[in-house]
Design a protein around this ligand. Structure first.
Ligand SMILES: [Zn+2]
Length: 307
């Protein structure tokens, strides 16, 4: 069904050679369950989610699905559960926040974010927002599962954020009522549009935090796609600096380092044609593997030093 997925190819080859699944998993440095990842992407991007606009039935459906999936990863919820409702001047939303305790003694925390809302239904057309940002939400779920299976040194907070498309309302709510004190947040890793790479994934943030550069360059050397650093330089031509283009901008404004993973705009960006069928499964899986590599590299390198 998805012949270009590397994981499937490996699994089939392994079965043919008589190798056990566990042995294969041990050989794969960044395991990702491609089938589950793509299934989750297709569900979030389905017409029945009605474009996941905040406060709609479609959003609620997407959130119910995501809440079950986050719980199934083994991540812990706060005392009130995963869901955290919030309001802003002209709307309300709900973030889903979980936590995966680290193995080490450091109090520093890594905050992994992805927004799950999109533009909803406009003029009778459903904006499914597959790349923007069902891709980041499904990636966050899969990465959380991998981190629960093999925890980081540092505690990981995972947050599926609502209402990014309304001005990062969910991210603002998260830092206004943070699950851990802000001073413990060592770095925000934000995923927004991570499927349609066309072979190139961008990592922003090193301009503002030069200590990130050598870490991300090492990740780029190992990545199963081309990972480029940039799109974070103030004063760049219009649209080239993505520092404030998504939820990581809220962390940046508070002085918290960020790494933003994302792709260049494409013709389906913010159009009703941002559909599941336009995602190349192999590209998406390679992107999620790269992000997981990046997350583990950051975890190993904290605290962030000077360049
Ligand atoms: Zn968007």
């Amino acid at each position: 069904m998805f012949p270009s997925i590397r994981g499937l190819t490996i699994a089939l080859t392994g079965a043919w050679l008589g190798t056990s699944a566990a042995a294969l998993a041990a050989q794969t440095p960044t395991p990702v369950d491609s089938v589950r990842l793509l299934r989750n992407l297709s569900i979030l991007a389905h017409d029945s989610m009605e474009g996941r606009a905040p406060g709609t039935a479609g959003s609620q459906r997407a959130r119910s699905f995501l809440e079950r999936e986050v719980a199934a990863t083994g991540a812990s919820a706060g005392p009130g559960g995963f869901a955290r409702a919030f309001t802003w001047a002209d709307g309300d939303g709900v973030n889903l926040v979980g936590i995966v305790p680290g193995r080490g003694a450091s109090s520093d925390v890594v905050v992994l974010t992805a927004h799950y809302d999109h533009l909803g239904v406009r003029d009778g057309q459903i904006f499914n927002g597959t790349d923007d940002n069902a891709s980041g939400a499904a990636a966050l779920i899969e990465i959380t599962r991998q981190v629960v299976a093999r925890p980081l040194q540092h505690t990981l907070v995972v947050a599926l954020l609502d209402a990014e498309e309304r001005g990062s309302r969910g991210a603002r709510a998260l830092v206004a009522s943070p699950p851990v004190p802000l001073e413990r947040m060592a770095v925000n890793v934000n995923l927004d549009m991570v499927a349609r790479t066309d072979g190139v994934l961008w990592a922003g943030g090193a301009y503002h935090t030069p200590g990130l550069r050598p870490i991300l360059e090492r990740v780029a050397a190992e990545a199963p796609l081309t990972l480029r650093l940039g799109h974070d330089r103030p004063g760049a031509p219009e649209g080239d600096d993505w520092t404030n283009q998504s939820d990581h901008g809220v962390f940046h404004a508070l002085g918290i380092p960020f790494v933003y993973f994302g792709v260049e705009d494409h013709p389906d960006y913010h159009r009703p044609t941002d559909d599941f069928e336009r995602v190349d499964p192999g590209e998406y899986v390679a992107s999620v593997r790269t992000i997981l590599l990046g997350l583990r590299a950051l975890d190993a390198a904290l605290p962030l030093g000077s360049p």
